[in-house]
Design a protein around this ligand. Structure first.
Ligand code: PHE
Ligand code: ZN
Ligand code: ZN
Ligand code: ZN
Length: 297
């Protein structure tokens, strides 16, 4: 559902004091109901001198977003392996790499796993809403859980952008070995990073660590101390010459020049990267569903 506010014009008149006139039906324009101008703004405008007419774009939208969550009927429900990808995209583009790719890999993993697999640990899939508005879906979900319900999540795996045009092969840096400035993630995150990098190594790709700073839906999970990880093909950072040497692609160019733009389309997905990363998704989910100890546990 969405609703639009009425557009209006506010006249700011020095003689009558700041924000004293208006056509929005509220004489106390310091509290313009449709937003955008405060008393402080009015004072600043007054200092600038003269009468000022502001034409406000007063469109406000409110809408409802949803998470879609599904869990296997089998496996221990107090050691849940949680797997998530955000379903929404930015308004500027179709969002195929960001994040159709993460959703596709996660959904196909769910389909292949089935509803009643013979596993030790339950697997819970989450398709998040409103990531692009500030991790709203994942944050609301984590905050909706009780302390005990959060404790029942053994780990969280996040997939956001898996087929960037100038793809990087990146795993969230759970042990902080590759980055400075961010502390290591919750204990257990280092092991998750290793699970991904060892798997990719097995398919001939030497992955690098990447920022584990909460800039996707794993953020609310690590905030609550839940071990997390995932793979990522890169967004607005630049591929180094060393990376282009080992992975191919173009050095000195961002991983995804289509990031958050109208060209984030199917034809700009690196399908080879998506295939490798999607295999890593399925592998990690399978491994942790079998044992929280990971591939060697
Ligand atoms: N969460 C970002 C998005 O969906 C993707 C991203 C993650 C970009 C990490 C940069 C670093 O737009
Ligand atoms: Zn995005
Ligand atoms: Zn994203
Ligand atoms: Zn929270």
């Amino acid at each position: 559902a969405s609703e639009r506010g009425a557009a209006g014009v506010i006249v700011v008149n020095n003689e009558d004091g700041p924000m004293s006139g208006g056509t929005l039906g509220d004489p106390d324009v310091g509290k313009v109901p449709t937003g955008g101008v405060s008393k402080a703004d009015g004072a600043a405008l007054e200092q600038a001198g003269g009468d000022v007419t502001l034409t406000l774009d007063t469109t406000t939208e409110s809408s409802t977003a949803r998470n879609v969550i599904a869990q296997t009927k089998t496996g221990s429900t107090d050691d849940v392996v949680m797997v998530g990808a955000h379903l929404d995209s930015v308004p500027d583009g179709p969002g195929i790499n960001d994040n159709g790719t993460g959703v596709a890999a996660t959904l196909e993993t769910a389909v292949q796993l089935g509803g009643s697999p013979d596993v030790d640990n339950a697997v819970r899939f989450a398709f998040w809403g409103a990531e692009e508005l500030g991790l709203l879906g994942s944050e609301a979900y984590v905050d909706s859980l009780s302390e005990e319900q959060r404790h029942d999540i053994a780990l969280y795996l996040n997939f956001d952008m898996l087929g960037s045009e100038n793809a990087g092969y990146l795993a969230y840096d759970g042990d902080n070995s590759d980055n400075v400035g961010e502390g290591p993630g919750p204990e257990g995150s280092a092991g998750i990073e290793r699970t991904f990098t060892e798997f990719l190594q097995g398919s001939g790709v030497a992955a690098d660590g990447t920022d584990f700073d909460g800039r996707s839906d794993y953020g609310p999970f690590i905030e609550h101390g839940i071990p997390s990880g995932g793979v990522f093909s890169g967004a607005d950072e630049t591929k180094t010459p060393e990376q282009a040497q080992k992975w191919g692609g173009t050095p000195g160019v961002v991983y995804d020049k289509n990031y958050h733009s109208a060209t984030d389309t199917l034809e700009n997905v690196d399908r080879a990267a998506l295939a490798k990363n999607a295999a890593a998704v399925a592998y990690a989910v399978g491994v942790y569903a079998e044992s929280l100890g990971g591939p060697n546990g």
